[in-house]
Design a protein around this ligand. Structure first.
Ligand code: ZN
Length: 170
């Protein structure tokens, strides 16, 4: 019983509590997997509106020769195109790695409702790690952030990708 209550307590103190978040993050992880198959750093994103999934996208920086082709950046632009509006205030963006300043900036511009990310990014994370662009009173929009959803799965994808890369280079 004691073990049980401990688990329950951990669950309650986790930073997320909705099974939907895991469901959508799984879709984003599938996109990340696909990116790895293309030789891209495995990062995936999904934009979800009140009506469900709007778009899924993955990192395409290498294949597109485009420094802005981050998974969530592409997903946001395509979601806006599909919905026929730039204001995505009913949308949640699921992404497998904490967004960089560019992507967090676009989320801000798109007025998103919430961002859910898996692994934190100590080198460029702008939603809590290095910056808090979702929550800066100097900016004209703020949005909710949920972190750590399926973080281990995402980290493993990234680690496997980079260890394969190192092996191929040596
Ligand atoms: Zn980015």
């Amino acid at each position: 019983m004691e073990t049980h209550s401990l688990i329950k307590e951990n669950t309650l103190t986790a930073q997320y509590d909705t099974p939907d978040d895991e469901y959508y993050m799984h879709l984003a992880l599938e996109e990340a997997d696909y990116a790895a198959e293309l030789g891209e750093v495995p990062i995936g994103a999904v934009v979800v509106s009140a009506d469900g999934v709007v778009v899924r996208a993955h990192n395409r920086r290498e294949v597109d020769h485009d420094p802005s082709a981050h998974a969530e950046f592409i997903a946001l632009r395509e979601a806006a195109q599909q919905l026929g509006r730039w204001r995505l205030s009913d949308c949640t963006v699921y992404v497998t790695l904490e967004p960089c300043p560019m992507c967090a900036g676009l989320m801000q511009q798109a007025r998103i409702k919430r961002c859910v990310f898996a692994a934190a990014d100590p080198k460029s994370g702008a939603l809590g790690t290095l910056y808090r662009l979702h929550d800066d009173s100097r900016l004209n929009h703020s949005f909710q952030v949920t972190s750590g959803v399926l973080a281990d799965e995402s980290s493993k994808l990234l680690q496997d990708f980079f260890s394969r890369l190192r092996k191929n280079r040596s």
